[in-house]
Write a protein of this length. Structure first.
Length: 130
């Protein structure tokens, strides 16, 4: 756990954790308490950590710089299903479509997993239950 929170859990892998750190700081100023967990390895996934997350949260966002299909988000959804948890999950990463060339920042923004995209998704998922 990088940061504790109460409203939403954000799970990152790799360098996208830096975007999550920036997003959670911004969310705090807007009254949203976001927990940040960083998964070190996709295989084998840290099941103990995922149990901890799913026991505490029903609003979860995954953030990765790889494809959302077959990546961290998919692994989290499989874990959720296999262990009969119920949660609303948003997967942020590279969508399964052609992405134009650009700088890392431009591509993260286009795909919605830069800090602002993470803030937007966090607000959406938290407000969806109100």
């Amino acid at each position: 756990m990088i940061r504790d929170g109460n409203d939403v859990a954000i799970i990152s892998i790799g360098h996208t954790g830096n975007e999550v750190v920036n997003a959670t700081a911004k969310l705090e100023t807007e009254g949203i308490s976001a927990a940040h967990y960083d998964i070190r390895y996709l295989k084998p996934i840290d099941e103990a950590l995922l149990h901890e997350i799913f026991k505490r949260f029903t609003k979860i966002i995954t953030v990765e710089d790889g494809t959302t299909t077959g990546g961290l988000g998919s692994a989290v959804l499989e874990f959720m299903s296999d262990h009969h948890y119920r949660a609303e999950v948003i997967r942020l990463g590279i969508p399964d479509r052609f992405i134009e060339q650009g700088s890392v920042g431009e591509l993260q923004r286009e795909c919605g997993f830069d800090a602002e995209g993470i803030v937007r998704s966090s607000k959406f998922i938290v407000q969806s239950s109100k």
